[in-house]
Design a protein around this ligand. Structure first.
Ligand code: AMP
Length: 214
């Protein structure tokens, strides 16, 4: 099963994609996670990406396309995958299609998590994650037992620098201008699967599984 997960920042696509990848035993590949790890390690890729990420802007297409092509070339995408956070622009979507045409792979579905702006802003302003194991929390819906401390590993909970309120607004604008057009791109190909992304996570997960018949 080859899937793309689409949705605004804070739509819950990361959480749901991880859960689905576990259930159907395929690779979960988040370009945001790869870039954050590269920034933390101070690699060349991290240095190229850091400024864009801090400002809530997209990393240039050629950088991110190179990253996905490397994953394809190393065989990581051979046994099914969920691409989480890629593609995010029409040129990225077109490059992905060209790459898959060359190797005879296709996207089965692009799952779109639909959440309205007000809910997105509320969610992002309450989002925290563990600096150790990356577990996600959300105030007030999903709080840790002890304020600021991860339930799973005892690590410190931090807010992503790009979840600061002024950057959140820019990320939403960027989503609307640069990423939303790819919803139509996949709708046109007959593979878009829109899912209502509001409600408790279990409910949303059931809707996704039902839509994909898994
Ligand atoms: P995410 O965790 O998916 O919200 O991604 C965090 C940040 O990483 C984004 O705001 C972008 O700066 C960058 N990023 C992640 N994926 C992409 C992509 N496909 N194209 C460009 N920038 C990306």
């Amino acid at each position: 099963m080859n899937l793309i997960f689409l949705g605004a920042p804070g739509s819950g696509k990361g959480t749901q994609a991880i859960r689905l990848a576990e259930k159907v035993n395929i690779l979960h590949l988040s370009t945001g996670d790869l870039l954050r790890a590269a920034v933390k390690e101070g690699t060349e890729l991290g240095k190229k990406a850091e400024g864009f990420m801090k400002a809530g802007e997209l990393v240039p297409d050629e950088v991110i396309i190179g990253l996905i092509e490397a994953k394809q070339a190393s065989g990581d995408l051979n046994n099914g995958f969920i691409l989480d956070g890629f593609p995010r622009t029409i040129p990225q979507a077109e490059s992905l299609d060209k790459m898959f045409d060359r190797v005879g792979t296709k996207i089965d579905n692009a799952v779109l998590l639909d959440v309205d702006d007000e809910e997105i802003i509320n969610r992002l302003s309450g989002r925290m994650s563990c600096s150790g194991c990356q577990a996600g929390y959300n105030y007030p819906a999903n709080m840790p037992k002890k304020e600021g401390v991860c339930d799973k590993c005892g690590g410190e909970l931090v807010r992503r620098p790009d979840d600061m309120p002024d950057v959140v607004k820019n990320r939403l604008d960027v989503y609307k201008k640069q990423t939303q057009p790819i919803e139509d791109y996949y709708r046109g190909k007959g593979v878009l699967l829109p899912i209502t992304g509001v409600g408790v996570p279990d409910e949303i997960f059931s809707r996704i599984c039902e839509g994909l018949k898994v």
